[in-house]
Design a protein around this ligand. Structure first.
Ligand SMILES: Cc1ncc(COP(=O)(O)O)c(C=O)c1O
Length: 392
C-alpha cells in the first residue's frame, strides 16, 4: 500500500475535517469530503525533518534565513518557470491572514474590491470585515464550463472605482486554471485602471496536464510591479495545520506597506515547525507531489465517470487543477436548503455548501477528492445511491 491508497484514520487528531464533521453535519455517520486538506500523509522527508527538529527539544524564536528563501525561489522557478528575487518574499502564517493584511494596508474603508464569483468564501469576508465595498464579476457558466465576463469586469472596475482585484488561480471551487490569454486580458484591464492584482495562487502546484499554472506576476515586468502573489506549500504538501506561507511582492513600496501591517498586528515570525516543513517539502517533496498528482487526477476521473455514467441528475465540472470538484445538482430540482439536507441526511456525505461560495452556488456543492480511492469510492456510492432512491 502506498501513502496514497492507505487509509490513515484522522479521528481524534482534532482534525477540522473529521472531528468537527459530526457537529457541523449533526450526524456521526457523515463521510467528510469537505474542508480543503488531504487524507494523505505528507512526504517522508518532511516527517524526517520534523522529527529531527522535534528531537532537538528547544523551540525558541526562529528566524527564516536566506536558505529558506533560496528554497522557495528555486521551487517557483523549477515548477512555474518564474524568476523572482528573494527580497520580494514576506512570510505569513497563511493566505487568509495575508489577504487581511493586504486589504488593510493598501485600501481605505469603502474602497472597492472585485472578485470573480462563485469563489472561496473568505474572499467575501476579508472585504466585508474591513468595511470595504464588495464588487462581484460573476463567472459565465455555460455548457458545464466556466469563463470570464471581461466586459463586465472592466465595466464594474470603472463604475465602482475598484482598487484591488483578488484573483483565484487555480480557481476554487470551479477548478479552472486560467490560461495565458485570459490572464493577459485581466491584467491589461487592471493596468489600464490602476487596479492592484492580488493573486491567490495557493493551489498553483496542483494542476493536471496539459494545463500549466502561470503566475500572473510572471506575465510582464509591468504586471509584476502591480501584483502581489499569495503562495504556500500547505495545500500542495498537506501542511495546513503548520501554518507557513508567504507573499511575493516585487514593488518595494507595496511590500513595505504590507510588512508594516503585519508588524502592527505583531506578526513577524514563522512557526518553527512550519518553517522546517516548508523547507523540507520544497527541497525534497517533488517526487511525492508527482505521485499525488496522479492520484488526484485518477480520483477526479473516477468521480466524473461514475457520476456521469450512472446518473443524469448531477453534472461534474471538469477540474483542470485543485483537488476540489464543483458539482451541479440543479437537475435534482431541489431547493438549495433541500439539497443541503439531502446530502447530509440521505447521502450522508459532508460536502461544502455551494451557496457559501456566493449566490451563483445555489444548487451546487463542492467535493474534496484528496483521499485514498476507497474513501472516494464510498463518497460516490453514497451520492449515487441517494439520487437513485430519490427517484423512487
Ligand atoms: C483559494 C484558497 N485560498 C486560501 C486558502 C487558505 O489558506 P491558508 O490556510 O494559508 O490561510 C484556501 C484553503 O482552502 C484556498 O482554497
Amino acid at each position: 500500500m502506498s501513502r496514497f491508497t492507505e487509509i490513515t484514520s484522522r479521528k481524534g487528531t482534532r482534525s477540522v475535517k473529521w472531528d468537527y464533521a459530526a457537529e457541523l453535519y449533526q450526524s456521526d455517520d457523515v463521510l467528510p469530503m469537505w474542508v480543503a486538506d488531504m487524507d494523505f500523509q505528507v512526504p517522508e522527508p518532511v516527517i524526517e525533518a520534523l522529527e529531527e527538529r522535534v528531537k532537538h527539544g528547544i523551540f525558541g524564536y526562529t528566524m527564516p534565513d536566506d536558505q529558506v528563501k533560496e528554497t522557495i525561489t528555486s521551487w517557483l522557478y523549477k515548477r512555474h518557470d518564474w524568476e523572482m528575487e528573494k527580497d520580494w518574499i514576506t512570510y505569513s502564517p497563511g493566505v487568509i491572514p495575508s489577504l487581511h493584511m493586504i486589504i488593510q494596508s493598501l485600501t481605505q474603508p469603502s474602497d472597492s474590491v472585485i472578485i470573480q464569483t462563485p469563489v472561496y468564501p473568505p474572499f467575501y469576508s476579508v472585504i466585508k470585515q474591513h468595511d470595504r465595498k464588495l464588487v462581484t464579476n460573476p463567472l459565465i457558466y455555460q455548457n458545464e464550463e466556466y469563463s470570464i465576463d471581461f466586459s463586465d469586469f472592466e465595466n464594474k472596475i470603472v463604475e465602482h472605482d475598484v482598487k484591488i482585484f483578488i484573483l483565484c488561480n487555480p480557481h476554487n471551487p470551479i477548478g479552472r486554471v486560467w490560461k495565458r490569454d485570459e490572464l493577459i486580458k485581466l491584467s491589461e484591464i487592471c493596468l489600464r485602471h490602476e487596479v492592484t492584482i492580488v493573486s491567490d495562487e495557493i493551489h498553483a502546484d496542483l494542476v493536471f496536464k496539459p494545463n500549466t499554472h502561470i503566475p500572473i506576476a510572471s506575465l510582464s515586468e509591468e504586471v509584476n510591479q502591480s501584483a502581489i502573489t499569495c503562495l504556500s506549500p500547505t495545500k500542495t504538501f498537506n501542511l495546513a495545520g503548520l501554518q507557513a506561507s508567504y507573499l511575493v511582492t516585487a514593488d518595494e513600496e507595496k511590500r513595505k506597506q504590507i510588512k508594516a501591517q503585519f508588524d502592527k498586528q505583531g506578526m513577524f515570525m514563522l512557526n518553527t515547525l512550519g518553517l522546517t516543513a516548508m523547507e523540507a517539502a520544497y527541497r525534497d517533496g517533488e517526487e511525492w507531489l508527482e505521485e499525488l498528482l496522479k492520484t488526484l487526477e485518477k480520483n477526479r476521473d473516477y468521480v466524473t465517470e461514475r457520476i456521469h455514467n450512472e446518473i443524469d441528475e448531477i453534472r461534474v465540472i471538469h477540474a483542470e487543477g485543485t483537488y476540489l470538484i464543483w458539482l451541479d445538482f440543479r437537475k435534482l430540482n431541489l431547493s438549495h436548503k433541500e439539497l443541503k439536507s439531502f446530502m447530509q441526511k440521505k447521502a450522508k456525505i459532508g460536502l461544502n455548501d455551494g451557496e457559501s461560495f456566493g449566490e451563483e452556488g445555489q444548487g451546487f456543492m463542492r467535493i474534496n477528492v484528496a483521499a485514498p480511492p476507497k474513501i472516494v469510492q464510498d463518497g460516490v456510492d453514497r451520492i449515487i445511491q441517494a439520487v437513485k432512491n430519490h427517484r423512487q
